[in-house]
Design a protein around this ligand. Structure first.
Ligand code: NAP
Ligand code: ZN
Ligand code: ZN
Length: 347
């Protein structure tokens, strides 16, 4: 076991504090990663605040991890010392179920092992990337392609794949009218990826503060969701809406924006349930769906896509001692558009 510095929570309400976590011995198929960068996802906050249910403390979160391999187990073939690699939301899965067999480990029927907050095979609770180092099975470690800036790549491991996967699944591309609801960490990646896939992209965001940014990311249009007339004008006009909002939402308002056969795919994960009237769906054969992250092969595909197309998240690099302040700014939607922790600032 190796003891590494980390930043984590001791309960649901207090600020995060410096702590240490134990990383397991490097097994035959494990790699030890010296973490360089860790993104801050809103899921980290939902988890620690116990908004998705009770958790065990202390808990270190972070599932957007980029770093260098510093040690490999005796049987590792996929990565070597010195490689720039990443770890996302899943750190293991059963590998044998119908979903794992298709590379959809995010939907593992046995329940995958999340990078934080899951019970690991040794009975310990997995601890995430707000730390100096992590030990991960080689099959759940992504290679970071040349051409991606290491300091800006971590958010692709969750925000990037969580929007890329539904965009691909619902065939976002030329002629498809895509709306991205909420433009935070996930939302801004959704815009950039949908634009790169050739879709006709509209951003739906509160107020007008993010309008210029949305257009600069390549969106064709912007709708202020607090302007009821502007919302009325786009009723029935979308094929695909990706909802990335972290809070409860009047889902009916957004279902009404879909054309016949349109789909609203929810990736935002508020603690409150949605209320869905049957007649928001029935008269236009609409679909309300959900989606989570992406499987390891699809994450690798998305990383290659971003490297080839020069797609990077918009990031603000912070030191470890700024994490609590950054969380407050995420909660007040004052993030442009993803905080990345420089994990070399652990002192
Ligand atoms: P984020 O950066 O905080 O962005 C969330 C956005 O939601 C904000 O920028 C804001 O957009 C909008 N918003 C926030 N509060 C709102 C409110 N009260 N009413 C209406 N809109 C509000 O969060 P994120 O990291 O992108 O994550 C977004 C959500 O996706 C979270 O719930 C997270 O847990 C979830 N998530 C799910 C998955 C998955 O696998 N499905 C993966 C990662 C994250 P505007 O200012 O533009 O309106
Ligand atoms: Zn996430
Ligand atoms: Zn499985």
């Amino acid at each position: 076991m190796t003891t590494v510095k980390a930043y984590g929570a001791v309960n649901a309400t207090d600020p995060l504090v410096p702590m240490t976590v134990e990383r397991r011995e490097v097994g035959p198929h494990d790699v030890l990663i010296d973490i360089g960068y860790a993104g801050i996802c809103h899921s980290d906050i939902h988890t620690i605040r116990a908004e998705w249910g009770p958790i065990t403390y202390p808990q270190v979160v972070g599932h957007e991890i980029v770093g260098h391999v510093v040690e490999v187990g005796s049987d590792v073939t996929k990565h070597k010392v010195g490689d720039l690699v990443g770890v996302g939301c899943q750190s293991n899965s059963c590998r044998t179920c119908a979903q794992c067999q298709q590379g959809h480990d995010q939907y593992c029927l046995a329940g995958n092992t999340q990078t934080y907050g899951s019970v690991d095979t040794d009975g310990t609770i997995t601890q995430g990337g707000y730390s100096e180092a992590v030990v991960t099975n080689e099959d759940y470690v992504l290679g970071i392609p040349d051409g991606l800036d290491p300091a800006k790549t971590a958010p692709l491991l969750c925000a990037g794949i969580t929007t890329y996967s539904p965009l691909k699944h619902w065939n976002a591309g030329p002629g498809v009218r895509v709306g991205i609801v909420g433009m935070g960490g996930l939302g801004h990646m959704g815009v950039k990826l949908a634009v790169a896939l050739g879709a006709d992209v509209t951003v739906l965001s509160r107020g007008t503060r993010k309008r210029e940014d949305a257009l600069s990311f390549g969106a064709n249009a912007y709708v202020d969701t607090t302007d009821s007339e502007a919302m009325d004008r786009v009723r029935g006009s979308f094929d695909l809406l990706i909802n990335t909002v972290s809070a409860g939402l009047d889902i009916t308002t957004y279902l009404d924006l879909l054309d016949v056969d349109g789909a609203l795919v929810n990736v935002g994960a508020p603690e409150q349930p949605f209320s869905v009237p049957a007649f928001s769906l029935i008269p236009a054969r609409r679909t309300l769906a959900g989606s989570t992250t992406g499987g390891i092969p699809e994450i690798q595909e998305m990383l290659e896509f971003c490297a080839q197309r020069g797609i990077h998240p918009e990031t603000e690099l912070i030191s470890v001692d700024q994490i609590n302040e950054a969380w407050q700014r995420v909660l007040s939607a004052d993030v442009r558009y993803r905080f990345v922790i420089d994990t070399k600032t652990f002192s």
